[in-house]
Design a binder for this molecule. Structure first.
Ligand SMILES: NC(=O)c1ccc[n+]([C@@H]2O[C@H](COP(=O)([O-])OP(=O)(O)OC[C@H]3O[C@@H](n4cnc5c(N)ncnc54)[C@H](OP(=O)(O)O)[C@@H]3O)[C@@H](O)[C@H]2O)c1
Length: 266
């Protein structure tokens, strides 16, 4: 992939302290972008600053489940030359709907939906002004189907996909160079599963071979930064097959298999 030549260019990554966000930070640094990493605790990003000494790694501790955090982030970021925003911070609330905690679900909705919406809006306006820039929103394979026993998380990712696809279509129709691309990962082995099921050692159940997080980050970043026509990116043959089958299989078959997959998580 082409290296970034603008020495002042920054990419913002939310949820940068671990998992997929941390991998995105590293892949962006490899491409020559300075990085602003955002999370509640960004201590881990010191490692990246030590490794990539010629580039800047800004570490901003912000709780993005408070939508005010999103506007504060934007106000602070305006002083930098931002070219990429990756809205990655997110988590799930696993369990039967009558047993999950409402407060946790509202916090998740604030992070996965409200903050992502606010940042997408503010940065689309900012990028349009410069006629340059990309927002990469992290959706999920969960964007494509409802999920019994993981209902509100899948619904939040359906929102991310629907919003992003619509905005990107507007941008293309109005001949803008700005893009909002939704990246849709399948399962990755990160802390996501522990946080989403309120367990320290969540059982990771999958019969399929899972893509390594850094490999997924590299591949999806490449597609997300380079595509001209696509609105969203599904990476990997198995994920593409699952996407295809969820579209064409009867709804009841899809819901039964998601139910059977999700209910066994504990
Ligand atoms: N793992 C998967 O299987 C999978 C599959 C599809 C999609 N995804 C999506 O991928 C994205 C990244 O997830 P991951 O798997 O990398 O999970 P992860 O390892 O748990 O990382 C989540 C990141 O988000 C940050 N974060 C959480 N709450 C935050 C808050 N209130 N304010 C600011 N930052 C916050 C965390 O840092 P702090 O705790 O320090 O704040 C961490 O850096 C999420 O949107 C997730 O839904 C994951």
């Amino acid at each position: 992939m082409k290296k970034n030549k603008n020495k002042e260019a920054f990419a913002i990554v939310t949820g940068a302290s671990k998992g997929l966000g941390y991998s995105y930070c590293e892949e962006l640094l490899k491409l020559g972008y300075n990085v602003i990493g955002v999370a509640r605790d960004t201590e881990s990003l010191k490692n990246l600053q030590e490794k990539y000494v010629d580039l800047k790694v800004e570490s901003w501790n912000i709780d993005l489940s408070n939508p005010e955090g999103a506007t504060n982030l934007y106000e602070k970021a305006k002083n930098f030359d931002i070219e990429i925003l990756i809205n990655n911070a997110g988590y799930g609330v696993w369990g039967y709907f009558d047993q999950t905690d409402l407060e946790q679900e509202m916090n998740m909705i604030d992070l996965n939906i409200k903050t992502l919406h606010i940042l997408t809006k503010l940065f689309v306006e900012y990028f349009k002004e410069k006629d340059k820039g990309r927002v990469l929103n992290i959706g999920s394979m969960a964007s494509f189907t409802p999920a019994p026993v993981f209902s509100s998380y899948y619904a939040s990712k359906a929102y991310v996909w629907s919003l992003g696809v619509a905005i990107n279509t507007e941008l293309k129709k109005t001949k803008s160079k700005v893009r909002v691309i939704t990246l849709c990962p399948g399962p990755l082995k990160t802390d996501f599963w522990n946080r989403s099921s309120n367990q320290n050692e969540a059982k990771y159940k999958s019969n399929v071979k899972v893509m390594k997080t850094n490999v997924y980050a590299r591949k999806s970043l490449y597609s997300g930064l380079n595509t001209k026509r696509k609105n969203y990116i599904v990476t990997g043959k198995i994920n593409k097959f699952i996407k295809w089958i969820t579209k064409w299989a009867p709804e009841s078959t899809v819901l039964n298999s998601v139910y059977n997959y999700q209910r066994k998580r504990k």
